[in-house]
Write a protein of this length. Structure first.
Length: 433
């Protein structure tokens, strides 16, 4: 890979920039149909193939022909979960504080880059994040949910979650924990089954966008240069794509797990560029989706950007356009002994909390189940284990607790975990995977 070429591409991109839980059953999601807090969509990608990259290599200039082509076929051997929205400031703060003691010393809610000037609040996307920050968030979420962590490291130089550098970093995407999506997963999910440049079916060109009506149409789907400017918008305010994913274009750029590598024309299966055994020196990481200051060319589903170098102590990803970098977590689907749950209390198979009880249905015999109550700092408050339970309804009574404060309820059923963040007491709500 010729890194100088990528650097020239990056520089060009940066100058131009100035201008809960649900399962995917169909491809007909509409605005408001999904709950955004702590929600994930199951992307049915297994045994699917799609064309990755831009079909028109000169759609808006030479850079496209360099990093969006050649178009090539990508196939998947797995389904994957993807967050319904970009990770919010509220979720980022609470999880990072629960897992990393160094983060708490900085002050919860006082992340250095977050302010009312750029958008501040629990339902706003977390931004000003380095690739390392995004990886640590995914690890924190895996630990809380009882999954194996994808990102391992020997130490942190600086503050965890605040631009700290991970030393001795290794990535294992075969783990069952949360991670950043691969570029291929991201593009497949972003398209939502639509072949056009935008998930609402339009194609970028000399005639689009060219009118006020065109700009208004884009604004109904995307937080971008026209309707957002220098301020991020709360998540899930725009029309989602056909897979129920909000803000997959615009608002904040979303980190991918991959190193930003050039395409080739060969067919790919589950591609993820990790440069062999580690991330090495001089690597630029892939980011996707455009952001709040992007113009239409950067909001296309095939548009790519490269930011970094996360492996160089002197040039972290936060050095480059930090205020527009966020994340959306993914997780590979693991084989499970239980049915897939739909996040609606109308269904008897949904784990949910009601009157200080966790209620769940087993969808088979001989299933191992554990229910835990975990405090906001990660300490286990209570645990109950069910061994080899049979089909039917089961109840775990939550012990008496203070009406205030943060804790998590984690229900592990077979190989799957469900978690709910509880703030200021227990109410009636479904648990999210």
């Amino acid at each position: 890979m010729t890194f100088n070429i990528w650097r020239r591409i990056v520089n060009r991109y940066l100058v131009t920039l100035s201008v809960v839980f649900t399962i995917l059953l169909t491809s007909s999601a509409t605005a408001g149909a999904l709950t955004h807090k702590k929600g994930m969509v199951l992307v049915k990608a297994k045994d699917s193939t799609f064309e990755m990259g831009q079909v028109n290599a000169n759609i808006w200039g030479a850079a496209t022909s360099v990093n969006e082509s050649p178009r090539h076929k990508v196939s998947f051997t797995h389904d994957f979960w993807l967050d319904t929205t970009e990770v919010t400031q509220g979720d980022y703060d609470s999880l990072m504080n629960a897992v990393y003691s160094g983060y708490a010393s900085v002050g919860v809610g006082t992340f250095s880059g977050w302010s009312s000037q750029y958008g501040l609040g629990d339902d706003y996307p977390a931004y000003d994040l380095a690739w390392y920050d995004a990886a640590l968030y995914c690890n924190a979420r895996s630990k809380i949910d009882g999954y194996d962590t994808v990102y391992s490291y020997t130490g942190i130089k600086g503050t965890a979650g605040q631009g700290g550098i991970l030393k001795g970093l290794a990535v294992d995407t075969s783990k069952n924990g949360y991670r950043l999506p691969t570029e291929a997963e991201w593009e497949y999910a972003c398209k939502g089954g639509v072949s056009g440049d935008y998930y609402w079916g339009r194609n970028y060109g000399s005639t689009y966008p060219s009118t006020f009506a065109d700009s208004s149409e884009i604004s109904s789907y995307v937080a971008w240069a026209v309707n957002a400017g220098n301020v991020v918008l709360p998540v899930a305010q725009k029309v989602p794509n056909a897979y129920g994913l909000y803000d997959i274009l615009g608002n904040v750029y979303e980190w991918c797990t991959d190193i930003a590598e050039f395409y080739d024309s060969t067919d790919q299966v589950d591609p993820c560029v990790l440069s062999g055994t580690g991330l090495g020196d001089n690597n630029y990481m892939a980011v996707r989706g455009g952001c709040r200051v992007s113009t239409p060319a950067y909001l296309r589903s095939t548009s790519r950007n490269a930011v970094g170098d996360p492996s160089n102590d002197g040039v972290t990803a936060n050095t480059y356009i930090p205020l527009i970098m966020g994340l959306r977590a993914a997780r590979s689907v693991a084989t499970s002994a239980v049915r897939e749950f739909i996040n609606s209390k109308a269904s008897s198979s949904v784990p949910y909390i009601s009157n200080n009880r966790v209620v769940f249905n087993a969808a088979g015999n001989g299933i191992d189940v554990t229910c835990e109550i975990i405090s906001g700092n990660g300490a286990r408050i209570a645990i109950k284990h069910y061994g080899n339970i049979n089909t039917g309804s089961h109840v775990f009574s939550i012990p008496s607790m203070s009406a205030k404060g943060l804790c998590f309820v984690r229900l592990k059923v077979g190989n799957e975990s469900y978690v709910m963040r509880i703030v200021n007491g227990f109410g009636n709500a479904a648990l999210s995977r």
